[in-house]
Design a protein around this ligand. Structure first.
Ligand SMILES: Nc1ncnc2c1ncn2[C@@H]1O[C@H](COP(=O)(O)OP(=O)(O)OP(=O)(O)O)[C@@H](O)[C@H]1O
Length: 753
């Protein structure tokens, strides 16, 4: 056998034998170079010595083995080394393999061709866990990146808001940022992890101290939302709950973080910091932040879906006018129906009328299923926390919508907690209120005592219910906005004056002239709420009627001032003069005079409501005009719907007659005799087509035809059968007769069973 030398060109030029003689012990066997050993070592005439480089290489790859083989230049295959594939115990259930760079076996030559590492057998379950871990890590890194970008953005924005050195947290934060170069994407590769986490947490603290953070994320009282807002679904409520809990946890961790950071020495070496509790707390905080973000996203999606559901609901068809080929000069389809805004108001109110609590709502456990003769109690207080429940009457009160078992109508029930009824007469004190019916007073229906809430001392007042109403306080004082226009203020004044005139004339006192007890039940329409409660709870207190009625006027004056200034603080002793000055600058002299009259301490006679009526008589006339105009508008809207109702009845009659499968044992009853005419007429109204075969969707044609039918006019029309074989000329008058007689037949239908 002739070995081929890879490193000698001349060797090809000479014969094998000569070459063997000349190079014996000089040239290295190519098997050594290629494989590291030679099988024919006994017979092979070439050198099996390793060059110094090969020895070094062998040493590097074989590690300790080299020492054993260094004396023996011939390296034989290591039979003890088996494939790593065989090394792992075979698990029948598992089939997955994966390259793991860290576990690569690099100490045997034959395996060197596995460039990317040796495929390692990994049990399936372990692999799944590993993949999950990797995925989680990736997600966390991404979230951290986003957080850091946001933090960076916030930081840059905040530079304008928070000047350097404003407070200690800012100082610390600023200092940190100054030390480090500002990264483009919010992540500085030079920053160590601890520093980035510190930045993140510090930015969180700067943007929101634990207190402000709490305020920011505490479930907001829904006070600012009108009742028309869609109610959260059960899923949304659970999400909100989860978000709230996470926020609480984050808050706790932030507080811990603050304490830990204070304890931590700034000169602490990094190695110690890695182990320190502050870092661990940071990691936990980050995890919580991530969870919170996810929950908030889910919540947002759920809210958007709910919003879409509410928006997409409409009982009327909403097709666009251009699709319908209306003849010119005809009424627009919208003009047949009530105005969109009025329709929407009514819809909102209807949807709130029978609102009930979800069985999974946490509030439900505090509410009895039945209260006296009322069921389906639904809390109306926007802030259910006890500390925020109203104490205007000297007791904690809460309001519920409930349905009466007697008439099935909804009512508003106010519970007065902790009041012990000392005398039956106390209830009679409010009896007069039940007889007062006034458009600006929420009428009191009944008063009762009940133990259904689990206490012995609750008193309940039932009132008329106004769906979608809100208090003047939540509308105008809980949120900022432009000042109320003078016309709106005068409208309110006229309405309250009218209510007070009725109340005082009946020998009663209102005492609830307060923004939180005046309900806005429609467009600028107000009603005094909670009347009669003071009469019962203060029954024992001796009362001077004239004095109390004068107090009503004082409260009235304060209310106007509060609304004019749009501030609940405008009537405090310190602000009063400034507020009046503001009114004199912003509003008319007339309004200023009225407020001053109501708030001024009387010198001789106590002012009374009749004088107020005289003072504002001009405005009362204006209000009267406005009300008449509004009534006219409503009547117009009503007449449209009356027309629609009339036509609806006619269409219903046609529906009863046409396509009736069986009448009087005759399956063709609705297809024969006079009924055939009605069927063709139905086609004439609804199923006409244009020349191109497209359907005629002319609403006006339907209305016009039905109106002529309802009147039974003499006008004749041409009816055609569907197969176009028969043509019939018939008058509306005859058609009307046919319909009436067919319907009478149905009405007089006898039972066949
Ligand atoms: N008769 C009613 N019809 C419809 N909603 C009502 C009625 N009475 C009260 N409400 C609603 O119940 C909610 C709570 O009424 P409440 O009089 O307790 O007002 P409040 O602002 O909570 O005052 P307080 O601070 O005294 O509790 C209000 O938002 C109001 O819209």
């Amino acid at each position: 056998m002739i070995n081929v030398f890879v490193d000698s060109k001349e060797s090809f030029a000479v014969s094998g034998k000569l070459y063997q003689q000349q190079t014996k012990n000089l040239k290295q066997c190519k098997n050594i170079a290629l494989h590291g050993y030679c099988r024919n070592i006994d017979k092979c005439e070439f050198s099996h010595e390793l060059t110094p480089q090969q020895q070094q290489q062998q040493q590097n790859t074989n590690g300790n083995n080299t020492s054993q083989t260094s004396n023996n230049p011939i390296i034989s295959p290591n039979n003890n080394l088996t494939s790593p594939l065989k090394k792992s115990p075979i698990d029948n259930l598992t089939t997955s393999f994966q390259n793991l760079g860290t576990n690569q076996q690099t100490n045997h030559h034959w395996a060197d061709h596995f460039q990317s590492g040796i495929p390692e057998y990994i049990p399936k379950q372990q692999l799944q866990q590993l993949q999950q871990q990797q995925l989680l890590q990736q997600q966390q890194q991404q979230a951290l990146l986003i957080q850091q970008q946001q933090q960076q953005q916030n930081y840059e924005d905040d530079q304008h808001i928070y000047p350097y050195g404003d407070n200690s947290v800012d100082d610390y934060e600023q200092h940190q940022y100054e030390q480090q170069p500002q990264p483009n994407n919010g992540i500085d590769p030079n920053m160590n992890n601890q520093f980035q986490i510190n930045n993140f947490v510090a930015a969180q603290m700067r943007n929101a101290s634990p207190q402000s953070y709490q305020q920011q994320f505490q479930p907001q009282p829904q006070q600012q939302q009108p009742n028309t807002a869609p109610q959260p679904s059960q899923q949304q409520q659970q999400q909100q709950q989860a978000v709230y809990q996470l926020q609480q946890q984050i808050l706790q961790h932030m507080k811990q973080q603050q304490v830990l950071q204070q304890q931590q020495q700034s000169s602490q070496p990094l190695a110690q910091q890695i182990q320190n509790p502050s870092l661990q707390n940071n990691n936990k905080l980050l995890q919580l932040q991530l969870q919170l973000q996810q929950h908030l996203q889910q919540l947002q999606i759920a809210q958007q879906q709910a919003q879409q559901q509410v928006q997409s609901y409409t009982p009327y068809p909403s097709y666009s006018q251009p699709v319908i080929r209306n003849k010119p000069g005809r009424r627009n389809i919208g003009s047949f129906f009530m105005s969109e805004s009025l329709k929407q108001d009514i819809l909102n109110q209807k949807s709130l009328l029978y609102l009930t609590l979800d069985p999974n709502d946490p509030r439900i456990k505090n509410i009895p299923p039945m209260l006296n003769k009322y069921h389906s109690l639904y809390p109306l207080d926007h802030d259910a926390s006890r500390e925020n429940q109203g104490k205007m009457f000297g007791y904690i009160t809460s309001v519920y919508k409930a349905i009466s078992t007697l008439d099935g109508l909804p009512y508003a029930i106010r519970r007065v907690e902790g009041f012990r009824l000392s005398s039956e007469y106390a209830l009679q004190a409010a009896e007069t209120w039940r007889n007062i019916q006034h458009p600006n007073i929420v009428s009191l229906k009944e008063i009762f005592v009940s133990k259904e809430f689990g206490d012995n001392s609750s008193l309940f007042f039932t009132y008329e219910f106004f769906p979608g109403s809100e208090t003047l306080e939540s509308k105008y004082l809980s949120q900022s906005g432009s000042p109320l226009s003078e016309s709106v203020l005068w409208s309110f004044i006229c309405q309250i004056t009218s209510a007070l005139k009725t109340i005082h004339s009946t020998g009663l006192v209102c005492r609830v002239i307060h923004p939180s007890k005046i309900l806005l039940t429609g467009k600028n329409r107000i009603r005094m709420n909670g009347v009669g409660i003071f009469d019962v709870v203060n029954f024992d207190t001796p009362r001077n009627l004239a004095q109390y009625q004068h107090e009503d006027l004082l409260l009235f004056g304060r209310l106007i001032l509060t609304l004019a200034c749009r501030s609940a603080q405008s009537t405090t002793t310190t602000n009063l003069s400034k507020s009046i000055e503001y009114v004199s600058n912003q509003y008319s002299k007339e309004l200023y005079n009225l407020i001053v009259y109501l708030l001024t301490k009387p010198v001789i006679n106590l002012p009374n409501i009749d004088e107020v009526v005289l003072m504002i008589s001009g405005r009362l006339l204006q209000e009267n005009n406005y009300l008449h105009t509004y009534t006219d508008d409503l009547e117009t809207e009503l007449s449209k719907e009356y027309e629609n109702g009339r036509l609806f009845r006619l269409v219903t009659k046609l529906g009863f007659i046409n396509e009736r499968p069986l009448y009087d044992m005759d399956p063709r009853w609705s297809e024969t005799g006079d009924r055939y005419l009605i069927k063709l007429f139905r086609d004439y109204i609804f199923h006409q087509v244009y020349d191109d075969g497209t359907p005629v969707l002319d609403f006006y044609h339907v209305v016009e035809t039905l109106n002529k039918l309802d009147c039974g006019v003499e006008e004749k029309i041409l009816l055609m059968s569907r197969d176009e074989q028969s043509l019939l000329v018939v008058s509306y008058k005859d058609l009307k007769k046919c319909i009436d007689s067919a319907f009478s037949e149905l009405v007089s239908q006898k039972s066949h069973i």
